[in-house]
Design a protein around this ligand. Sequence first.
Ligand SMILES: O=C(O)CCC(=O)C(=O)O
Length: 306
Amino acid sequence: MLSDNDVQFFRDNGYLKVPSALSPDEVAALRAESQALIDAGPTDSLPANIRKDYQYGRVRGSDEKVLRRIEYVQSKDEAFLRLLANPVLLDAVSKVVGEQFVPTYDSMVIKMAGQGVEVPWHRDGGGPTMFYDEPDTGRRFPAVNFDIYLDEANAASGALWVVPGSNKDEVNRTPELAKRGEYETVPGAVRVDMQPGDMLLHDVTLYHGSPETSGGPLRRVVYYEFRDMRFIEAAHRPAPGEVAHHKWTEEWTWRRLAVLQQALDSRRTAGQDVPFAAHPVPALQVPSAEAAATDTRVAHPGWDAS
Ligand SMILES: O=C(O)CCC(=O)C(=O)O
């Protein structure tokens, strides 16, 4: 569980490593299910929107399409759903995101064995900035990704590089860094090596990226993003009367919270530990019966149609 020093390190540096966040059994289940997803791929029997969840890229000098990412993994297998209610994850979420946390994104990034696609330097969400400063209190609510490692990340498997403290930069230098495509030579950049079951927290405004790999082993990371409801209310809601397009409606956040309740219930039923029976903030609770009837694939507005 995160200490006050951990939280301060995260705020100062924009990232934090949490070793052994998952039990070996939980990691084994996720490894098996993620492998099954990769092996099955986007079969023709799947609807077009779900086939689109499987994203491909290319490595330099090759025309071959290589799997690099799968969106909405919580809907694709129970192991990913249960991970959402992991007690170490939710402890970290409530301490760095805010008490009114809402799960906002779920995906898995893959560097395939043999050839792993680069994730160029970037800030998530297309920043320049991506946080909410509450006017009355001055409290900052960041958007944070919780990165759960299923495989070892090192130089061979294309570990993530970060620039500590870049979450505080007011300009975004990542487009320029991405053009150069270099990692070791970027001033201040550090490579974050990880073990299976470790969790990395990264503020979405942190500069981060990972090089392509050649001849390396498979490296899978599950990415669950959370934001506080106060941030969402201030930044993501459609204006009254506005056609929603890419905005997050109350119905959409309710469905994301319903998936969290399903995760808590599924985890408890499976005999795994849960941090609480329902969201600690009563206004953000979804009754289990209603949650159970909700589709666990809660795509972002506009995603399925794009
Ligand atoms: O796992 C990686 O290499 C980075 C993934 C990432 O930052 C992203 O998909 O936004």
